[in-house]
Design a protein around this ligand. Sequence first.
Ligand SMILES: Cc1cc2nc3c(=O)[nH]c(=O)nc-3n(C[C@H](O)[C@H](O)[C@H](O)COP(=O)(O)OP(=O)(O)OC[C@H]3O[C@@H](n4cnc5c(N)ncnc54)[C@H](O)[C@@H]3O)c2cc1C
Length: 283
Amino acid sequence: MHVWKDRAGFEAEATTWGVRRAVGIEWDEVEGEALRALQPDLSPDYRFAVRVGDSAHCRDPGGYVAALVAHAERRGAGVVKARAVDFTFSGGRLTGVVTEAGTIPAERAVIAAGIRSTDLAVRLGLRVPMESERGYHVQFEGLDLGPVPPVMIQDRKVAITRLATGLRVAGQVELAGVDARANWRRAEVLKTHLLAVFPGLAEAIRSARAVPWLGHRPSTPDGRPVIGRSPHPDVLVAYGHGHIGLASAPRTGRIVADLLVGRAPEIALDGFSPARFDGFGGI
Ligand SMILES: Cc1cc2nc3c(=O)[nH]c(=O)nc-3n(C[C@H](O)[C@H](O)[C@H](O)COP(=O)(O)OP(=O)(O)OC[C@H]3O[C@@H](n4cnc5c(N)ncnc54)[C@H](O)[C@@H]3O)c2cc1C
């Protein structure tokens, strides 16, 4: 659910919502008492919302990823925890991925290392411009309170979600480079927004243990990921999903699996090709 102080706020974003409508996303508009009934704890300052139908949210992102790994292992995948640093080739074909724990023999590889993918891609002569849109969240551990469904507070650019593990407020963008130290004042800012939007939960929020987190949204200049072949045909790339990597990963995974076994992917990949950037060099 996306909320605004009034309908005018929604109408000011007509262009973006028009794009959503054009690609088939549907929603209900909710105002006044109807909104109060759905979100009783929401501040009365927020009087207009849209509820996007046919959607879902993940109640435990960390648990979800861990379960995917466990599922892959049950299907025969092996997990090696080591930093990859380079590739080895022989006769123009990939022979291995060099890691800090040794070289793993490989005939195909996929670079899917989030914001750190660039370090590996340059080993292949690929220069995709990418920057971290750093984002913070604060989770109030174990707090089983707050909005259902989650709300995106449009004027504050924060999302508030009741997770299986606690109440989480997340969002905003900080452009400070990948390796800069976390600025935990940003987590305080998020907490201030949460208290302003859900004032009735203030006591519970203040007495819960607050755990802050900083993450990286790996973002390209045109906002689209790079999915496809690197300058070396045996190495694929799948990174740069910015704000929507969790939601779009399953689709990207299916496309990459198709490319790995030589099947035609289900969509045309021209718009996602790393070659759209100038730095698509040779090996
Ligand atoms: C505050 C915040 C809120 C967000 N909310 C949402 C949301 O609501 N919905 C959504 O879809 N997305 C959301 N995102 C974006 C999402 O988190 C990212 O798009 C996603 O994590 C990118 O996935 P990835 O696998 O490419 O990279 P990552 O999740 O960063 O994973 C990369 C992995 O590669 C490993 N790695 C890095 N370098 C190497 C190396 N050299 N060798 C081996 N391994 C390496 C890392 O350790 C890591 O495990 C949010 C992000 C932030 C910061």
